[in-house]
Design a protein around this ligand. Structure first.
Ligand SMILES: CC(C)(COP(=O)(O)OP(=O)(O)OC[C@H]1O[C@@H](n2cnc3c(N)ncnc32)[C@H](O)[C@@H]1OP(=O)(O)O)[C@@H](O)C(=O)NCCC(=O)NCCSC(=O)C[C@H](O)C(=O)O
Ligand SMILES: [Mg+2]
Length: 269
């Protein structure tokens, strides 16, 4: 299931690899990527068993959907065992958390054959994002850790993260890779989740990290092109004759035709 183009992924469902019920449940869920977590969702005493369970779950697969394993951060005690144990396993991707320097990806790459997604979760990571992106298959912003690293008070909202949110997308696009938004923690606030998905998409993110099955439909709907967008793209392509021209009261050029074709390609996937 390996592909280097992850821009079609709208929903990345994280689950603790130490939770067998969640693993079982994930097999029937419509997330575009399943992420088995070994890092912050797993207690220290459960790390070894979670590593074993993640390898087994990836081997069994998730109905052909891409599977990633988030290992513990480089420099942490379990990191070495994680990366070595999983290097030839069945997971399609490794997710490296708290990347602050491109050398971490390079060094981890000596220990695994898997393509790696890098999580940007600290001020240092944001500032190094353009060079980190050059060695990654995608970037994921870790908004919880980042808010903590920046010293933002609990419940501060995302305004203070806007520079980082934009920087991560810029870095990903400059490197030609996908960018994924962070998680939304409030499990029972569907409107808040939808608002954050719309905001993430407006920033240019391809999809969102998720923590609960109830969040999948919203992310898939809001990160995929809507029916209105598809219809508008079809009208634009049918009307365009090349060069600058008037279309439905606005100026369009070749780049708008290319963008409309991308919308249709994304809708097809
Ligand atoms: C957040 C949770 C701890 C909530 O758990 P709980 O209240 O027990 O959930 P429910 O009772 O509503 O669950 C109903 C059923 O759904 C299954 N379930 C729950 N979550 C998941 C999931 N993520 N994937 C698959 N299935 C899931 C339950 O097993 C129930 O099934 P059943 O028993 O058969 O009915 C919990 O949702 C959870 O653990 N979520 C994931 C947490 C996680 O992975 N965290 C790491 C990623 S967060 C991140 O990356 C932050 C980043 O690092 C940053 O810094 O920002
Ligand atoms: Mg984190």
């Amino acid at each position: 299931m390996f592909t280097t183009d992850l821009r079609h992924c709208r929903s990345l469902l994280f689950l603790p690899a130490s939770n067998p019920r969640a693993i079982e449940k994930a097999r029937s869920l419509a997330a575009d990527m399943i992420v088995l977590d070994l890092e912050d969702a797993v207690k220290p005493e459960d790390k070894a068993e979670a590593r074993r369970a993640a390898a087994e779950a990836a081997r069994a697969g998730f109905g052909g959907r891409p599977t990633a394993i988030r290992v513990n951060a480089t420099g942490s005690e379990p990191f070495g065992e994680d990366i070595v144990a999983l290097r030839r396993g069945a997971a399609d991707y490794i997710i490296l958390p708290k990347v602050t320097d491109p050398r971490q990806l390079h060094d981890a790459g000596q220990l695994t054959e898997k393509p790696m997604l890098a999580m940007i979760e600290t001020a240092a990571g944001v500032l190094a994002a353009p060079s980190i992106a050059l060695g990654a298959a995608a970037l994921i912003i870790g908004t919880n850790d980042l808010a903590a690293d920046l010293g933002m008070p609990a419940g501060a909202g995302r305004e203070g993260l806007s520079h980082a949110l934009q920087t991560v997308v810029l870095a990903a696009r400059a490197a030609g890779i996908a960018a994924f938004d962070g998680v939304y923690n409030r499990l029972e606030d569907d409107d808040g989740l939808a608002e954050e998905c719309r905001q993430g998409r407006a920033f240019g993110y391809d999809g969102k990290s998720l923590i609960h099955p109830s969040q999948i439909d919203t992310a898939n709907r809001l990160f995929g092109p809507s029916e209105d967008e598809v219809a508008a793209a079809e009208r634009l392509i049918a009307a365009a004759t090349g060069g600058a021209e008037r279309f439905e009261g606005r100026m369009i050029e070749t780049l708008h035709v290319d963008a409309a074709r991308s919308v249709l390609a994304r809708a097809r996937r």
